[in-house]
Design a protein around this ligand. Sequence first.
Ligand code: NAD
Length: 355
Amino acid sequence: MLEGCMAEIVTEQKVRFGRGMRRETGEEIAALGRSRAVILSTPHQAEMAMDLAGDIGSASAGLFTGAAMHTPVDVTEAALTHAREVAADCLVAIGGGSTVGLGKAIALRTGLPQVAIPTTYAGSEATPILGQTEDGAKTTLTDPRVRPQTVLYDPELIATLPVAMTVTSALNAMAHAVEALYARDRDAETDALAMDGLRAFAQGLPAVVETPGDLDAREATQRGAWACGAVLGRVGMALHHKLCHTLGGMLNLPHAETHAVILPHATAYNQDAAADRLRPLAELLGGGRPADALWSFAGRLGAPRSLRELGMKEADLDRTAAAAAANPYWNPRPVEQDAIRALLARAWAGDPPAD
Ligand code: NAD
């Protein structure tokens, strides 16, 4: 069920959009037949989580504010202990992909139903995918049980996302849709979903950057985030996601910022092999080559341009290129280590995408 559905798609998830939607959390907990929620957040968003706990009153059984990037298993264990101590019968995750990831990790281990209240554009709430880290290694699984049953998008919550994070998080979401356009297992429905997501950001993101408190534009971009997340959950991802996972996993580079820097370069790598597939993207962003159109769009909005500014060392180029080429995901153009090294070198230096 999806209120105000854009593409004609069927989803088993209940998704609601609107100002003040967080105030419906108690009602949604009851609709799931539950009454004892543990509310999850990062330390940074503890106040938001406490406000929510106040709102839902007796349906709030506990609060765990230790969510962290890349879902470390020791954090999940600590949250699980808390959930058991308070006899929780459901989970409410309020935050970005890190907090939603913690909810998914607990659901995987307990079967507890989840309400997700996303405050970034990462899109994890729409997917059955969970990445977890243990002993410095990240593993990813796909399991329908981890996808939240209910998602509440409240533009008032995402309005507090700083502009720089707004831009990188949106480019993270757009990257899901760009790779969906040329996915091996794409179809007409996923194409429509991907274009819905891209259109929402192409139109809405400049307005959000101009006026971060514009709640109509914020809501439009949240609809885009859902579409981009949903399509990520339906088709396989390719070179762009492989590069970002490699850089994030090996060097702990920040997630959304890495996506923002890599996207024009990964698109340049694939744009001849997937020319027909990427044409609608370029048209949407004003024409020209798809990679150049993305580069200009991201640049106009002030996105970071180089891996160097994210903290990567030039000396890491060889080993990250080797790792990215070692077990490649399927990609429209064959993944060759020398070409990947050249791509990463441009991205590291902040050069425009290759011709
Ligand atoms: P995040 O959840 O790590 O948030 C980054 C920081 O911003 C945190 O401190 C957070 O508290 C803060 N923040 C979030 N929303 C805010 C708001 N509205 N106002 C003020 N501060 C706010 O960042 P993210 O990019 O959303 O998530 C990244 C994580 O999500 C990664 O671990 C990534 O692997 C995962 N992810 C998973 C999937 C999936 O399908 N499994 C998809 C996308 C991302």
